[in-house]
Design a protein around this ligand. Structure first.
Ligand code: IPD
Ligand code: CA
Ligand code: CA
Length: 256
């Protein structure tokens, strides 16, 4: 299964790399600065065709659908065709294709592909996490030794102050911060030990599903800010990290 998903993700990545005139294909969705391009729609259509041809009985939950299928029962793909459309539109070369597969609400395959660096992160539940076939693992740095990345929940202005307050408090305890723009790639950066901790006050299941499985298979953990499990059928907050940094972060109670 994983091989088929990896192949679909790599091909989808080629659509991102060959995209032209992106700014002229932008339309706006609900929320502040929530853009969609014709490429988000094209990549999702491509993935739907590829993945459902291989697994015709699966549900397909894609960000760009207006009505979302059931992610909690049977086999379900949870797909973000382009994670960080804002970077994509701005030519920042830091966006990803994210595909997770769940069975009855349990994640068991995850693939996140960054075509700009040709980095394909993948995991099968119980079998470890890999980047381009090489095993990856989280760092062992503590909070005070670590760097954090975070998302600003950009489409919901009411969460900005809260996000920046948590970030400010972490800046007093950690080495530095990064805001890269892609929630999926934040999770894979933690999974391969580049970054120790991440958080966002609200994320959609397609932003984190694949990355969360890859992170846990790399020895890390992702929960909501209060420590409860992530939800695959509705948006939720996220706190992710290597286990040490994550436990220290939750113990501070900053996100509550
Ligand atoms: C967004 C990105 C961003 C995060 C947002 C997400 P999108 O995804 O992952 O980093 O801060 O919350 O919605 O909309 O560009 O696919
Ligand atoms: Ca996303
Ligand atoms: Ca997206």
């Amino acid at each position: 299964m994983l091989e088929k998903i990896e192949s679909a993700a790599r091909q989808a990545g080629q659509i991102l790399l060959s995209a032209q005139d992106i700014r002229n294909t932008v339309t706006e969705k609900e929320g502040v600065g929530n853009f969609v391009t014709q490429y988000d729609v094209k990549v999702q259509q491509f993935l739907r065709e590829q993945l459902l041809a291989a697994f015709p009985d699966a549900h397909f939950v894609g960000e760009e659908d207006t009505v979302h299928e059931d992610a909690l029962h049977g086999l379900a793909f949870i797909v973000d065709p382009i994670d960080c459309t804002a970077n994509f539109v701005r030519g920042m070369n830091h966006s990803a294709v994210s595909i997770a597969l769940a069975q009855d609400g349990e994640l068991f395959c995850g693939v996140v592909y960054n075509p700009y660096r040709d980095e394909l992160f993948s995991a099968n539940k119980g079998q470890g996490a890999f980047c381009n076939g090489q095993r990856i693992s989280v760092s062992s740095r503590t909070l005070s030794e670590g760097v954090f990345c975070f998302g600003t929940s950009p489409y919901d202005r009411s969460l900005r102050a809260r996000s920046l307050k948590i970030a400010g408090q972490l800046m007093e305890r950690m080495q530095d911060l990064r805001r890269f723009g892609s929630a999926a790639l934040d999770l894979t950066d933690i999974a391969c030990g580049r970054v120790e901790l991440g958080f966002e006050c609200i994320l959609q299941p397609w932003d984190f599903a694949a990355g969360a499985l890859i992170l846990s298979e790399a020895g890390g953990i992702a929960t909501q800010l209060d420590g409860s499990p992530l939800t695959l059928d509705r948006p939720c907050s996220i706190a992710s990290g290597n286990k040490k940094a994550h436990a220290e972060f939750l113990a501070l109670g900053l996100g509550l």
